[in-house]
Design a protein around this ligand. Structure first.
Ligand code: 8YV
Length: 315
């Protein structure tokens, strides 16, 4: 029997590519020099799309595949998939929740610690001889015992807060409503009020049109010159221009960011700043988690084409 044809939007590691190619005819969108031409050529045969969280599938791509049945996202965030187009045509969407939660939380907390304690600069200090020539490394900011705000207490936010409790941080969170599994932590309705009581503000919201720029100039100002923003969700959750202005002027103390508008290209203003830690969107980037994510993408696609229930369906 002929293999089902799918469109592969971005690259996967070899350990995922081989089994994907064994099960499907995967048309590699990311390798095509002329992407619209590839869509015109293969779109009519495509029944599934395998994509990545940050790449998604836009309206034009979905429209080019009239027999599309399912989109499998390698990532928990599916904000880059045009859900309206999927809904209108009954196209199913799956993602890879749970398997990446702990790694994403680990990186967020590691970023807070590394940035507060100036670990990147300290590494350079030890390596470039500054320790011997200039003396002791400048003092940095304490973490333990301070106040943390978690904006979005979903799976990842919950794991962040659990880890922060280990550092004796005073934890508050904001979400659409208080969570009964978060009784030890303070619920704060608004993002501005959460920021006003926080030294560290973790952005852990699933991105959507509703959360776009939820971290706006008011939230940033409320966090203030001693505050730090840690973003392990999506860039669109923060007004990046307002963030840059505040970091440049010192109205905001610092930031540790794993996600950026227009990534992988960064706004060059970030590169001039010393009070920001830049990470290349790799919070889920461990061998163990990425293998589990790849397997879940395939299992969802195979379940769909075998007529079985999807494992992690979001639409
Ligand atoms: C991945 C992500 O880095 O889960 C998500 O939503 O953005 C990340 O886990 C990405 O999807 C891998 O391409």
């Amino acid at each position: 029997m002929a293999k089902v044809e799918i469109l592969q939007v971005g690259p996967y590691p070899e350990w995922d590519q081989a089994p994907l190619d064994a099960a499907f005819t995967a048309h590699r969108y990311f390798e095509a020099n002329d992407k619209p031409a590839l869509l015109t050529q293969v779109g009519p045969h495509v029944r599934g799309i395998a994509t990545r969280g940050e790449l998604g599938a836009d309206a034009a791509m979905i429209a080019a595949c009239p027999d599309l049945e399912v989109i499998a996202v390698y990532g928990v965030g599916y904000d880059a998939v045009d859900l309206g187009a999927c809904k209108a045509r009954g196209i199913k969407v799956t993602n890879t929740p749970d398997v990446l939660t702990n790694d994403v939380a680990d990186l967020g907390v590691a970023m807070m610690l590394a940035q507060s304690r100036g670990m990147i600069g300290a590494e350079k200090w030890a390596r470039d001889g500054s320790w011997a020539s200039k003396g002791l490394y400048p003092l940095q900011k304490r973490v333990w015992g301070k106040k943390a705000g978690v904006l979005g207490l979903g799976r990842i936010g919950f794991e962040v807060a659990k880890r922060l409790a280990g550092f004796d941080l005073d934890i508050a969170y904001s979400d659409v409503a208080p969570k009964d599994y978060a009784r030890d932590w303070t619920f704060v309705q608004s993002a501005v009020d959460l920021a006003a009581r926080s030294d560290f503000l973790f952005v852990t919201l699933a991105a959507s049109a509703k959360t776009r720029h939820i971290v706006n100039i008011d939230v940033i100002n409320a966090l203030g010159p001693d505050g730090m923003i840690i973003n392990i969700s999506r860039a669109a959750n923060i007004d990046e221009e307002a963030l840059l202005d505040a970091l440049e002027s010192g109205r905001l103390g610092s930031a540790a960011l794993d996600v950026f508008e227009g990534e992988p290209t960064l706004n060059p203003r970030f590169l001039e700043l010393e009070n920001v830690m830049l990470q290349p969107h790799h919070a889920s980037g461990t061998f163990e988690t990425r293998k589990a994510m790849g397997a879940l993408v395939r299992e969802n696609l195979m379940a769909h084409f075998d007529g079985k229930p999807l494992l992690t369906q979001v639409l």
